[in-house]
Design a protein around this ligand. Structure first.
Ligand code: HEC
Length: 130
């Protein structure tokens, strides 16, 4: 019985991650692809006219020792966690902050209520790492 319920839970969690990636992909195409490109490589139609080149979002893990910095990426999207090197070419995405919250592990062992769409966007970006 116990094994069964763990299996059911794992399946439910997997389904949850799956649908997050789908929502994240939809938001990404609507809000981010204009600069970062449909594939996330930084080659969107607006890229050329910006003061800074939009990052290639498929190489974030590769540039970070093979680890996807989930919390940092969320901070870069909503604007709370941007380093000083930021030019301001990328808008802060407050709309992504609206709506339902989910509990996400923002630091090892630290669970924080976090906007669902923000988590979904970061999950989508994680899914396109090379
Ligand atoms: C108006 C153009 C523009 C739009 C729209 C945009 N970005 Fe950006 N983004 C940039 C630029 C330019 C940078 C490089 C940092 C800088 O200097 O501003 C960047 C950097 C980033 C980074 C940091 C990547 C790294 O390598 O560390 C992430 C993550 C990111 N963007 C995600 C997103 C997401 C997700 C969206 C949609 C919600 C989005 N961006 C929409 C222009 C844009």
């Amino acid at each position: 019985m116990r094994t069964l319920s763990i299996l059911a839970m794992t399946a439910a969690l997997a389904g949850c991650v799956e649908s997050e990636v789908v929502t994240g992909r939809r938001d990404f195409q609507a809000m981010c692809a204009s600069c970062h490109g449909e594939s996330g490589r930084g080659d969107g139609p607006l890229a050329g006219g910006l003061e800074a080149a939009p990052s290639d979002l498929t190489t974030i893990s590769a540039r970070n020792g093979g680890v996807f910095p989930f919390t940092d990426v969320m901070g870069q999207i909503d604007g709370y966690g941007r380093g000083q090197h930021y030019t301001g070419a990328m808008p802060q995405f407050w709309p992504v902050m609206e709506g339902d919250l989910v509990v996400a592990e923002t630091d090892p062992g630290i669970m924080t209520p976090t906007p669902k769409r923000l988590v979904a966007l970061a999950a989508y970006i994680e899914s396109i790492q090379e």
